[in-house]
Design a protein around this ligand. Structure first.
Ligand code: GLN
Length: 575
């Protein structure tokens, strides 16, 4: 069936096709918002997200309102369907957008909450272009890479800048220069520079400086070639940021400046630092804020003062007084990226109490389950020497029984426990099996025919809330039971947290759980399902259906994580 356009209008002779198809959005004046485009060469995983966030922090300290956008090359519409093994965790924003974990880094650095206007994918781009074509927007012309597709990218960044009333919008292009997927974005940013006019768009390329152990020398050839590729695409970067294991050798800086004809002061060192939160300071020392703002004609705003809370955070990070070990009983073990927000939240909470939290991997899919009521030996061995255990988010069967075994051990031995989302559901199943004697209790996600579906899909509620796809996503207000551990942790009777789940506690079992001592201390108003469970009498036993790790910020750590870390410190003192 065709929904071809019926309205045809011809381009007026001599009009600029770029403006014709991607007109300036109403209320937008080119030049009032500045753009910084960040690309990367040599390899992926350079830390473009961290650099972009660090630069944004620096500009915020100069009194500028920043906005950050991630441009991802994949053709998925969002990150919700991506495997954490390949792409790191899926981060969830307040409006329910499931996105790249870089947006989590942005939020943590500038202490703001972002939305679907901060993430763009090739999936969204192609969908949008097709939508417009079917709607007749392209006036019967053949839809081309330029100006139609690139025009949509430009429209997106301008609308995002406008929505956030940004003084500066930083656009991070995912992947590596030369990747086919990111070509559109790079070309579009070249067009943007032309459309915004002189000195409104600044390009920064990140490169990796190779240090070959056998040469004991830093080598810049790959960085030169990678940057030359960007130049072939019509973009000459104004600044080069050199990522490396060790501090940049002056010779390398000179060579890069000379070969690429970039001023020497604009070749910046960004070697591996003790913590990513030192990045703003390190960039300030090299006058990155001044160099960039000078280009925009706003040099007088540079040399801002570091946010005092941020400065304190970095100081405390470097001088912890104590150290504890907490187990992370998940299935996505290996690179830290798979639970990036949890690692961050532990760091933030730990520093709040001047303690370094060592997170120990406890691969839950390799822990056998003891029969209900008994403590599995494997779990006990895995948890020996730990001061607490966290069972995180997950999907499917793989690590559930192992997580349940860990929870059983933690419950029986007074080991502090925090369950997040799937971990909360595992705690419910464990309690049903052990305390209520419902040996076959389960979640219908894994056992659809269980006689005791203590965790189940609640379709009617989702429909009532108008959520498509059956996932509850994004920020909700949670009411807390006065006098509960939850209320104590949050210091009040409400919390705002982000959700990402499809299954939840079955309210039919609520009374029976309560009789055996489980207290349900949190719920979404107008929704009869409990979202927090705790066990009074236990030093710290808390399960939450939401994701407190997504809202944790260095200068504003998650109360749930702070409460948990404090309980783990007390456990360590008792041990
Ligand atoms: N698999 C569970 C659900 O969909 C939990 C999801 C999660 O941990 N994010 O409800």
């Amino acid at each position: 069936m065709s929904t071809a356009p019926t309205r045809l209008s011809l381009l007026s002779a001599g009009s600029d096709p770029g403006e014709q198809y991607s007109p300036v959005p109403p209320g937008y004046t080119p030049g009032t918002t500045k753009y910084i485009v960040i690309t990367g060469s040599v390899m992926s995983g350079l830390g473009k997200g961290i650099f972009s966030s660090g630069l944004a922090r620096l500009l915020e300290d100069c009194g500028l309102r920043t906005n950050l956008i991630k441009m991802d090359g994949y053709f998925n519409e969002d990150a919700g369907t991506l495997s954490p093994y390949r792409h790191g965790e899926a981060f969830v924003l307040e409006d329910g957008t499931e996105c790249d974990m870089d947006v989590g880094t942005y939020e943590r650095f500038v202490n703001k909450s972002f939305s679907s206007l901060n993430i763009f994918t090739n999936g969204r781009l192609t969908q949008k272009v097709h939508e417009l074509e079917r709607g007749g927007r392209f006036a019967g012309s053949d839809v081309q890479f330029y100006p139609h597709v690139t025009g949509e990218v430009i429209r997106f960044v301008r609308e995002s800048a406008l929505a956030y009333k940004a003084d500066v919008t930083l656009v991070e292009i995912g992947g590596t220069v030369g990747d086919e997927e990111n070509r559109t974005y790079i070309s579009a940013m070249g067009d943007l520079a032309y459309r915004e006019g002189e000195r409104n768009v600044y390009f920064i390329n990140l490169v990796w400086i190779i240090e070959a152990a056998h040469l004991r020398e830093q080598k810049s050839k790959a960085a030169q070639h990678g940057t030359a590729l960007l130049m072939q695409m019509g973009i000459k970067p104004h600044m080069l940021v050199c990522r490396a294991e060790h501090e940049l050798q002056p010779g390398v800086q000179h060579k890069l400046a000379d070969r690429l004809r970039i001023p020497r002061a604009n070749v910046i060192d960004l070697h591996n630092l003790e913590t990513i939160y030192l990045v703003p300071q390190h960039l300030r020392r090299q006058k990155v804020d001044r160099i960039v703002l000078d280009y925009f004609g706003q040099g007088r705003r540079a040399a801002g003062v570091e946010d005092p809370a941020w400065a304190q955070y970095v100081k405390d990070f470097l001088a912890p007084k104590d150290e504890i070990r907490i187990g992370l009983a998940g299935t996505y073990m290996g690179p830290r990226d798979m639970y990036a927000s949890i690692h961050n939240a532990f760091e933030h909470a730990g520093i709040r109490v001047r303690t370094r939290v060592r997170v120990v991997d406890v691969p839950s899919d390799r822990i056998e389950d003891g029969p209900a009521g008994e403590i599995g030996e494997r779990a006990a061995a895995q948890l020996r020497g730990l001061d607490g255990i966290l069972v995180p988010s997950d999907f499917g069967r793989r690590g559930l029984e192992g997580g349940i075994a860990c929870i059983r051990h933690a419950r029986a031995h007074g080991l502090p426990f925090l369950g997040i989302c799937h971990g909360f559901q595992a705690a419910i199943i464990e309690f049903a099996r052990s305390a209520l004697g419902l040996a076959q209790a389960h979640t219908t996600e894994i056992a659809p025919d269980t006689p005791d579906p203590v965790i189940r899909l609640l379709l009617e509620q989702y429909e009532a809330e108008g959520i498509s796809g059956g996932m509850r996503l994004g920020k909700r207000r949670v009411e807390l039971l006065p006098g509960s551990l939850a209320a104590q942790i949050y210091g009040g009777t409400e919390a705002f947290e982000r959700f990402r789940h499809r299954y939840e506690f079955n309210p039919a079992y609520r009374e029976r759980f309560a009789e055996k001592g489980m207290v349900f201390s949190g719920w979404i108003p107008d929704h009869p399902v409990m979202q927090i469970a705790e066990l009074p009498g236990h030093p710290f036993f808390l399960g939450v259906q939401f994701h407190p790790e997504f809202t944790s910020r260095p200068v504003n750590p998650s109360p749930v994580f702070v409460g948990f870390v404090k309980a783990c410190i007390e456990h360590a003192a008792r041990r």
